[in-house]
Every structure is written in C-alpha cells, then in structure tokens.
Design a protein around this ligand. Structure first.
Ligand code: AMP
Ligand code: MG
Length: 347
C-alpha cells in the first residue's frame, strides 16, 4: 500500500452514506483511521486476526500491547465477552457512549492479535457521531488503538495522523479536532475488584459513583517497580514523548513559575506552561500554553498538540508543570509523566 485516501466528514452534518466506503473497507480487512471524542483511532475488523496484525505493523506497536474493541452500542457485547457482571452494564449505562473502556473476560472469537494472549478484552462505545456511524456501517466490531506511530503523542487532529501514518493505511476519515483530547479511561472489571488501569475523561470519582471503591493501579501515577508485572502490557512503555527530553516541576504556583523562568534562560529551551504565565519567558525558544491552571478540560484538550508542537521547533530540552490529580487532571498528569519518562524535579 502506498497511497492513503482522505475523506472529510463534517461531524455536525453528514449522511450515513459518507461512511459506506469506510465500513466496507473495514469488513474487507483494511485499515481505516477515524475520529473519536478522545483521539483519532486506527481501526481494523476485530474478528479478523490478520487485519489486526496490520495495525501493529503500521504503528510499529509492540506485539504485547493489546487493542481496544469499539462497538456502536451494547448489543454486540455478549458476542465478545464471556462473563459480564451487572456492574459492567451499570457503568456502560452511566458513561457510554463516551470516553470509557471496560476490560472483561473474552470469548474465543476474539483473536489473539487483539488481546495479545490475555484472557480479557477491552470494550468501548465511542460517542463521536462519525465514529458511531462508521461502526454501524462496518457491521463488525472494530479494534482500534490511537492512530499514531508507537511512542508518539496521540493524534487529536488529522494532520497529526498524516505526520505519522501517511501511506501506511488505506483510508483516513477527517472529522476535525477531537473534543476530550486524551485517550479513554480504562477500568478492569475482570477481576474480583474494579481496577483503574488508565485515567481519562471519566474521572475516578465518576467511576466510584457507580462501582464503589476502585483500586488505582500503581502504574497510573508511579513507575513500575523493577520486575513488577503490568496489569495491561501497554502500561510499561514510554509514551507520548516529544523528541526533546521533557522535565516536569512539582511545586506551588510561585515556585513553579520561578523554576520555569530559570530553565527558560538556558539556550534553545521549550517551555510548557499555564496560560497565566506565557508572557514570563521572553528568552525561551518556544513557549506553549497548556490552558488556564484551573481549566483541566482545556489542558486535556491541548496537551498532545502542545507536545507535538515542540518537535517542529527543534528545541533541545522542554520544561513544564506536573499537574494536580483532581478529576481529569489525573489523566493529564499520567500522560505528562509518561512523556517525561518520569523526570520530575521537586521544587
Ligand atoms: P491505545 O488505544 O493505543 O492508546 O491503547 C489501548 C490501551 O488499552 C492500552 O493501554 C492497552 O494496554 C489497554 N488494553 C487493551 N486491552 C486490554 C486488556 N485486555 N487488558 C488491559 N488493558 C488493555
Ligand atoms: Mg496509544
């Protein structure tokens, strides 16, 4: 394959017919990029092991990092999952369609290429109207990780996908910018107790309102201890990384600002900061706002685009804040820690 077709679909006004080709290509085992409310996804027929293997090749994704299976609604759940606790239905009812992924015991029809040999499968029902229409059109469950080359920040607009995957997939569907901007919350209901594996748009508090106490996997905020086995294989990789080394500062607003000013006086440095502080770094080679300090949704939305923007400027080091853990802030912090390879300076 060497030519990728791109079609544009206006999420506010389109006909189901516009997704017919995408649906057909998916059924035929081809790779189709599509917009979701979290980030762009790289989709293949989840019941076709060979098609799913092609996702790993296109992304350069490690073969032990499983994929999320996308459905248009709950009607396909029992075909894929062998054991579905009542709490899973309650959770989907509360937050789906939306940025929520639930891990459940899988049935045999789910190929190994989707689950990387795990006995569980990850299920999500996206709310983006174009994603929902494509899934209905496909009439097969669609396995899709984020549509970036492995290790790079996830794509929140089609230009990011083109940077990473042009010529490597069959079709890209452009639906404009993704709303949430960070990947879905991943929660496992396959064990005795619910475990949060990846924070995202559905906060821990929102999960606990339905599930009661939810354990937070250690990898969400910390590094895995030497020899500790990750719950989800994907949790062990350095991720979302811009090309230059990112270092995060942790401290109160005044200390953070002072530290960033000192860092910005080095040569060829990039600064990631809160909106309130953008004017404070006249010597920095590149300054990017993450959004206002108290607007966590805006930070989630801006994060990956901000990280990618440093690559175009050729800065040799990047400095930024370690966000607090409230609400979706936990997800922003998790992605920044991974992007920084856990390099944090206590201020
Ligand atoms: P991506 O869509 O590329 O951002 O990544 C999908 C995420 O879902 C990764 O963090 C995977 O490790 C996780 N995931 C997918 N399937 C499973 C599973 N069966 N058990 C645990 N985590 C999973
Ligand atoms: Mg990803």
């Amino acid at each position: 394959m060497n030519k990728t077709k791109i079609i544009h679909v206006n999420p506010l006004c389109f006909s189901q017919q516009e997704l017919a080709e995408g649906g057909r290509l998916l059924r035929e085992g081809k790779l189709v990029v599509f917009p979701t409310e979290t980030v762009y996804g790289l989709g293949a027929n989840a019941l076709d092991g060979e098609a799913c293997k092609a996702i790993y090749t296109a992304k350069g994704r490690p073969a032990d990092n499983p994929l999320i299976v996308h459905l248009p609604d709950l009607s396909g759940l029992e075909q894929l999952c062998r054991l579905i606790p009542q709490k899973a239905y309650e959770l989907f009812e509360a937050y789906s369609p939306g940025p929520l992924t639930v891990i459940l015991p899988k049935r045999e029809c789910v190929p190994e290429a989707v689950t990387c040999g795990l006995d569980t499968v990850a299920i999500r029902i996206p709310s983006h109207p174009v994603a929902a229409a494509l899934l209905r059109e496909a009439r097969v469950p669609v396995a899709a990780p984020s549509a970036n080359r492995s290790g790079r920040p996830s794509p929140t607009r089609l230009s990011h996908v083109v940077e990473d995957l042009d010529g490597l997939v069959d079709l890209m569907i452009d639906g404009g910018e993704c709303g949430v901007g960070l990947e879905s919350t991943v929660v496992s209901l396959a064990g005795e107790r619910p475990v949060l594996l990846r924070p995202g748009g559905i906060s821990l508090k929102m999960l606990e309102q339905v599930l009661g106490e939810v354990e937070v996997d250690r990898a969400v905020t910390g590094q895995l201890a030497e020899g500790q086995r990750p719950q989800a294989p994907g949790m062990k990789y350095r991720h979302y990384a811009p090309k230059a080394q990112l270092t995060l500062g942790h401290g109160d607003p005044a200390a953070l600002r002072q530290w960033l000013i000192a860092c910005s006086e080095q040569e060829n440095v990039g600064i990631l900061c809160y909106e309130e502080d953008v004017a404070a770094f006249p010597h920095a080679a590149h300054v990017v706002s993450l959004g206002r300090r108290d607007d966590l949704e805006a930070q989630a939305h801006a994060l990956f685009d901000a990280l990618r923007s440093f690559d175009e400027t050729g800065v040799s080091a990047i400095f930024g804040p370690l966000p607090e853990m409230e609400g979706i802030g936990l997800a922003v912090r998790n992605r920044l820690l991974k992007a920084a390879g856990h390099r944090v300076v206590e201020l």
